[in-house]
Design a protein around this ligand. Structure first.
Ligand code: PLP
Length: 451
């Protein structure tokens, strides 16, 4: 079938039967979806045959590149050998057991892993473990403290802990027992403080909240080590050690949500390793399978595991596809490739170069108020006026239009909240490809003047 008519037929089918989320319905009805058909390395091609350099790693997942035959062959061999078995209730598979061991090896301090199918599932699981843990210890600690600019997922409790990205207000009522505190965001501090004279007021807010709510009611604190969907915001240097100290002092479990930040993107295997802290629980997804299979994991310390099993009651938590053998095989292969190709170190080196170029962009562009991030995860905050930090009128949809311009020029990078640009290429990119992506980023931002 000719390309144009294949596209038209697909569009007709999609508009008749698709149920698309996170789009304005009439705009979607008008334009349909962008349809990608194949990828290789860091390049992806759409149904019209146009090729793009992917500067956002396919939804922040891709670590080993598109079209990786080693991953595909490992998955295929496992499918033929044993496509699936349940993975709970004392039934397991070889890939699942091997993956738990491997994750323990690459994750200082966390010893045991349970598997999930998405980042949201993993987040839900951490809440269940936290409440379960304290109740096995005979303590009715159930409240979860989260942060006001975080994204943790789309399921009910994960969404309740989420305060960024989407307007979820029509889904109320939300899960009970969640309290939010300010997020470290020095460029626009919601506490009207400035670093370092603030003495990390955003971390102190955690302690004040625990004291106000009552230590005996608070089970856990959840946060992303680097705030993802608000533009890759790392906290002040002392933030995480202060939070670790507060959580330990008040018997509150510290949950690191590494769904986005794990698997080398920040220049360390896990982002929290930048601050030498060890969480009590941690989530992982996205990079864990490089996007080749739906996959997620939750890691816990040995101490948390001991608490969970103290009463010898079975932890009542399962999904049919938990610990799927093919997904576990894919994850093992991804980690093997990352180690062999030194992808974490590569992310750090490429990331330094990106950081340098973005610093120059910030100095030179009248539209760039802030640049931030770690390793390959970089955020660019666009402003209408640099001195006053005035935002663009949201009706102008500046961020969206900038990313569309870059797309037309053959480079993919994302935008959130109308004025924050997200850049996260994969560590398999060459320096020349990174420069090509950055050229398009600079060019697309320069076009704001004519919008
Ligand atoms: N946690 C964080 C930090 C995320 O960024 C996301 C998704 O982007 C999630 C959880 C939810 O993951 P998923 O979309 O796989 O459910």
């Amino acid at each position: 079938m000719a390309k144009a008519s294949l596209k038209n037929t697909l569009r007709e089918k999609e508009l008749a039967h698709g149920l698309e989320a996170v789009v304005v319905p009439d705009q979607w009805a008008e334009s349909g979806s962008i349809i990608y058909v194949e990828g290789s390395g860091i390049r992806i091609r759409d149904i019209d045959g146009k090729e793009y350099l992917d500067g956002s790693s396919s939804g922040l997942c891709n670590v080993v590149g598109y079209g990786n035959k080693e991953v595909a062959e490992a998955a295929s061999a496992q499918m033929v050998k044993l496509a699936n078995t349940v993975s709970f209730g004392g039934v397991s598979s070889m890939p699942r057991i091997e993956l738990s061991r491997k994750l323990a090896e690459v994750t200082p301090g966390l010893r045991r892993f349970i598997f999930e199918n998405s980042g949201s599932d993993a987040v839900e699981c951490t809440f269940k473990i936290a409440r379960w843990y304290w109740r096995q210890k005979g303590r009715d600690k159930y409240k979860i403290i989260c942060r006001d600019r975080s994204y943790h997922g789309a399921t009910y409790a994960a969404m309740t802990a989420t305060h960024a990205g989407l307007d979820n207000s029509d889904f109320a009522p939300f899960a009970p027992g969640f309290i939010s505190i300010p997020t470290p965001y020095c460029y626009r501090c919601s506490l009207d403080e400035s670093y370092p004279s603030c003495e990390i007021a955003c971390a102190q807010a955690l302690e004040r909240t625990i004291e106000r709510e009552g230590e005996d009611t608070v089970a856990a604190f959840i946060a992303e080590p680097v705030v993802g969907s608000e533009g890759f915001i790392p906290p002040p240097p002392e933030y995480w050690s202060k939070v670790r100290e507060i959580c330990s002092k008040h018997d509150v479990l510290m949950i690191m949500d590494e769904v986005v930040t794990g698997f080398g993107k920040t220049g360390k295997f896990w982002a929290h390793q930048h601050w030498n802290v060890i969480p009590d629980l941690m989530t992982s997804s996205k990079g864990i399978s490089s996007g080749y299979m739906p996959m997620a994991a939750v890691g816990v310390t040995e101490e948390v595991y001991k608490g969970m099993t103290e009463t010898n009651k079975p932890f009542p938590h399962l999904h049919t596809f938990t610990g799927h053998p093919v997904a576990c095989t894919v994850s093992l292969k991804v980690i093997e490739i990352m180690e062999r190709e030194n992808l974490v170190e590569k992310a750090a080196t490429l990331g330094e170069h990106i950081g340098d170029r973005l610093d120059t962009l910030k100095e030179e562009s009248p539209y760039v108020g802030d640049v931030r991030g770690l390793g390959l995860m970089r955020g660019i905050e666009l402003v209408a006026d640099k001195r006053s930090k005035k935002r663009f009128d949201p009706n102008r949809r500046v961020g969206f239009r900038v990313s569309r311009l870059a797309r037309e020029r053959g480079v993919l990078y994302g935008s959130v909240g109308d004025d924050i640009m997200l850049l996260c290429p994969t560590p398999i990119s060459t320096m020349a490809e990174i420069d090509q992506i950055l050229d398009a980023v600079e060019w697309s931002i320069a076009q704001i003047g004519g919008m």
